[in-house]
Ligand binder design. Structure first.
Ligand SMILES: [Zn+2]
Length: 418
């Protein structure tokens, strides 16, 4: 590869015993900081093609190679400020803002501190020297405070909302501090963004910046107002005719969204996509969900008292009842078509082969088709996934030849959130 002009690591080595492998992994770990690029692990491979063939593959990975992951790299920096973000449910989230550091390949200068308990436990103060890292090499986090600045004081999340100035109180039984103002502009912006998000009503083009401008110009003050927007109005914030038309079209299309998306989009505390779907399967319509008693909701497998009360209480709130009524009058879908669970597998073609651990062919096929996916009898370049079980035959070989992704039942279940 080097002779073809690829960059290869300068120092790969052939070793012969397990002890040498371990020693080499340790050496690479020490070299890590001085390398001109970031690494998160080392790979041990069998250095013989014939032997590789003999050892072979599992359905997912080669058995002749194994990766060793190093613990996340930590860096010291200075905490300049603790910023407060206000979320959709009014939760005040503290965010550490520190001098930029390079971590796992990117520049990092912010990390979520989650809540007061974590800040107090670690005694993190503004001005501290702190140790930061990326958890799982992805999410930046403050590991601990190294030292306090002279004269610094323990940090407490303010008891007023930084956006609207209303009182912010700690929830009973929760570590979260929330702005108590239901008309808080920060909460409103987050709740509209959530409503429009991909897994909710999927309104393309309605991102953070556009939402903020629609609010600032008083074109909308809740999600029902979105359905009264016209191209001329939207043009004033998007700047162009085409983008305004596209946004109006996506808003129009969202009226046909499956009911579980709408239930999720309402942003009821504790009700995620899965719970929204279960509610729809049980009650079949928005009207029935709104009339459901806590005891009935609680009878759903996977629901507890807290979730049931959360749904029940949310559906008693006058502003939410009015909002749903307005959405209904605008033609937003309020009934659940149980035949189709979702469209998450739309455009994807599956081929089933072998014996799956728990699903029959028909059950797997039903799960795929209910989600908008297709099943085919033979593997081709158009196949998205081969779902393979025990004693998979020629279809598996064909998939490997064509480079089609092969998945297990467990991975398939993960894909559809089962
Ligand atoms: Zn507020």
């Amino acid at each position: 590869m080097q002779s073809l002009g690829f960059t290869v690591i300068p120092d790969y080595r052939v070793v012969h015993t397990a002890d040498e492998v371990i020693e080499r992994i340790r050496e690479i770990g020490e070299m890590r900081r001085s390398l001109p690029f970031d690494i998160d692990g080392a790979v041990v491979k069998v250095n013989d093609f014939a032997m590789r063939n003999e050892i072979g593959f599992t359905t997912k990975v080669p058995k002749w190679a194994v990766a060793f992951k190093y613990p996340p790299e930590e860096k010291e920096t200075t905490l300049n400020e603790i910023e407060i973000n206000v979320g959709r449910t009014g939760a005040l989230t503290p965010v550490a803002v520190f001098d930029p550091v390079q971590l796992a390949g990117t520049t990092v200068s912010r990390a979520i501190l989650h809540n007061q308990d974590i800040i107090s436990d670690k005694d993190i103060r503004v001005g501290d020297r702190i140790l930061v890292r990326k958890a799982g090499d992805i999410i930046p986090e403050v590991v601990r405070s190294v030292s306090h600045r002279e004269g610094s004081e323990p940090y407490f999340i303010p008891n007023v909302c930084p956006i609207c100035g209303a009182e912010a109180l700690r929830d009973e039984d929760e570590a979260v501090i929330r702005c108590q103002n239901i008309d808080c502009p920060a909460q409103l912006a987050r709740s509209i963004e959530h409503f429009a998000s991909r897994n909710a009503m999927n309104i393309e083009g309605l991102g953070e910046a556009i939402v903020q401008q629609l609010l600032d110009n008083k074109f909308v003050s809740n999600v029902a107002d979105l359905y009264e927007l016209d191209v001329q109005t939207v043009m004033q914030v998007t700047g162009g005719m085409k983008s305004a038309e596209n946004l109006i079209n996506s808003i129009e299309n969202s009226k046909k969204a499956s009911l579980d998306r709408l239930v999720f989009a309402l942003g009821i505390r504790g009700i995620g996509q899965r719970a929204a779907k279960l509610l729809c399967e049980k009650f079949g319509s928005m009207e029935a969900i709104m009339e459901a008693l806590p005891l009935e909701i609680c009878s759903i497998d996977g629901f507890g008292d807290i979730m049931a009360d959360s749904v029940y209480n949310a559906m008693q709130e006058p502003h939410r009842i009015k909002l749903i009524e307005r959405l209904k009058n605008h033609g937003v879908n309020m009934t659940y078509d149980s035949g189709k669970v979702s469209d998450e597998l739309a455009g994807k073609t599956f081929v089933l082969t072998g014996t799956l651990p728990t699903l029959t062919r028909d059950q797997a096929k039903k799960l795929i088709e209910e989600r908008g996916g297709k099943c085919s009898g033979s593997v081709s370049k158009k196949t998205t996934y081969v779902l393979a079980g025990e004693e998979a035959g020629s279809k598996l070989t064909k998939a490997q030849e064509l480079g089609v992704t092969i998945i297990s039942e467990q991975e398939f279940r993960g894909m559809i959130g089962e």
